[in-house]
Design a protein around this ligand. Structure first.
Ligand code: PHE
Length: 338
C-alpha cells in the first residue's frame, strides 16, 4: 500500500507538469483527490491495513494528499500567470498613457447647485413647475393685469392654444400654493424662463432663474432681508454689501430690487442689480384661495416673501463673464476654464 501511494504521488506530479489549461487541471484534481478519486479509493481501504501499519500508511496518505494539493495549487497559479501574460502580448506597457481630459460642471450648473445647497441649509425645499404655462399661473394669479407689458405678444412666446412659455419662475409660486396641504411653504424653484428679447451680450430668449417663496403666519420683511443678505454673502463672500431698493412688481407689496456692491480689482466698486423680491401681495393669496376653495392661504392670516434672481447673471458676475452667449455656445475653450 505504501508503494501504491508513492506511485499515485509520482504519477500525479508528472501529469501536473503536462496539464495545459485550467479545465484539464480540474479534471486531474477530480481524478486524484475527488470523491471517487484514486487517493480516496486508497483511503477507503485503511480498515484492511494491519493495525501495526496503520500509522505509517495514514501518515503516507496525508503526505501524498498534501503534496498533490500543493502541486495543483501551484500549477493553477502558474496557469493563470501564463494567461495574464498572453493577454497583454504585443502591448507595450511602458508606453505613457493617453490623458483623458477631465470633465467639469458647466458654470451655470455649479452656481445653481451652490444656490440650492445654501438655501436648503436655510430650510427651503426644491419645487418644480412646467415651462409651458397657462396665463393664469404666469400672470393672472400673480396679480398681473391683462394690459401689463409683460403679457404683450411682442415680449412673450404664446402657443396657438393660448398657453405660453413662462416668462419667469414666479409661476411655481402659484403651482406650489395650489397643491400644498399645510404651512409653512418654504420652497425654491430653479428653472428656465423665456422672453422674446433681442439677443445680445446680456440677453437670451431663454435664461435661468431661481425663485423663492416663504409663506407662514408672521413672515416679515426682516425675514426676507435676513435670508437674502445671508444668501448673497454665502455666494459672493462675507464682506459683500447688499442693498434693497424700492421697486414695483405686481405680485409683491412692498417690492424691492436687490443690489450687491461689486468690488473688482482695478475697478471702481459699483452697485449692480441682482434680484427682485418683496412681500407676497394679498391679491396673490386671494387668487390662490379662490382656486383652492379653502382657507389655508387666507390673506388675513398669512404673510410671505418671494424673490427671484437670474442664475445666468450670478454666474457671469461670479466668473467675470462678459457675454451671456458664452453660456450656451458650449465652446470647449470657454468651458474648460472652469
Ligand atoms: N419674477 C420677477 C422677475 O422675473 C422677480 C421676482 C420674483 C420679484 C419674486 C419679486 C418676487 O423679474
Amino acid at each position: 500500500m505504501l508503494s501504491e501511494l508513492d506511485t499515485i504521488q509520482l504519477e500525479g506530479l508528472t501529469l501536473l507538469a503536462s496539464v495545459g489549461d485550467e479545465t484539464a487541471l480540474e479534471a486531474l484534481r477530480v481524478n486524484f483527490l475527488g470523491k471517487k478519486g484514486r487517493l480516496t479509493a486508497v483511503a477507503s481501504q485503511m480498515r484492511d491495513v494491519p493495525p501495526d501499519q496503520k500509522a505509517a500508511v495514514g501518515a503516507k496518505l496525508n503526505e501524498v494528499r498534501t503534496a498533490l494539493t500543493a502541486g495543483i495549487e501551484e500549477r493553477l497559479l502558474s496557469l493563470q500567470a501564463e494567461k495574464d501574460a498572453a493577454s497583454v502580448q504585443g502591448i507595450d506597457i511602458t508606453l505613457p498613457g493617453r490623458p483623458s481630459p477631465g470633465a467639469t460642471l458647466h458654470p451655470l450648473s455649479r452656481i445653481r447647485d451652490r444656490a440650492i445647497q445654501t438655501l436648503r441649509r436655510m430650510g427651503f425645499a426644491v419645487a418644480d413647475g412646467p415651462e409651458i404655462e397657462t396665463e393664469w399661473h404666469c400672470f393672472d394669479a400673480l396679480n398681473t393685469p391683462a394690459d401689463h407689458p409683460a403679457r404683450n405678444e411682442k415680449d412673450t412666446f404664446y402657443l396657438p392654444d393660448g398657453r405660453l412659455l413662462r416668462t419667469h419662475t414666479s409661476s411655481v409660486q402659484i403651482r406650489t400654493m395650489e397643491v400644498v396641504k399645510a404651512l409653512p411653504v418654504r420652497i425654491i424653484a430653479p428653472g428656465a424662463a423665456y422672453r422674446r428679447d433681442e439677443i445680445d451680450a446680456t440677453h437670451l430668449s431663454v435664461f435661468n432663474q431661481l425663485e423663492g417663496l416663504y409663506v407662514d403666519k408672521n413672515v416679515s420683511l426682516a425675514d426676507l432681508k435676513g435670508t437674502l443678505e445671508v444668501f448673497f454673502q454665502e455666494i459672493f463672500g462675507p464682506q459683500t454689501q447688499v442693498r434693497f431698493r424700492p421697486h414695483f412688481f405686481p405680485f409683491t407689496e412692498p417690492s424691492f430690487e436687490i443690489d450687491i456692491k461689486l468690488e473688482v480689482k482695478g475697478q471702481e466698486a459699483r452697485w449692480i442689480e441682482i434680484a427682485g423680491c418683496g412681500m407676497v401681495d394679498p391679491a396673490v393669496f386671494q387668487a390662490v384661495s379662490q382656486m383652492r376653495g379653502d382657507n389655508l392661504f387666507n390673506p388675513e392670516e398669512v404673510t410671505g416673501f418671494a424673490f427671484g434672481m437670474g442664475l445666468d447673471r450670478l454666474a457671469m458676475i461670479l466668473h467675470g463673464i462678459t457675454d451671456i452667449r458664452h453660456l450656451i455656445e458650449n465652446d470647449v475653450r470657454f468651458l474648460s476654464q472652469f
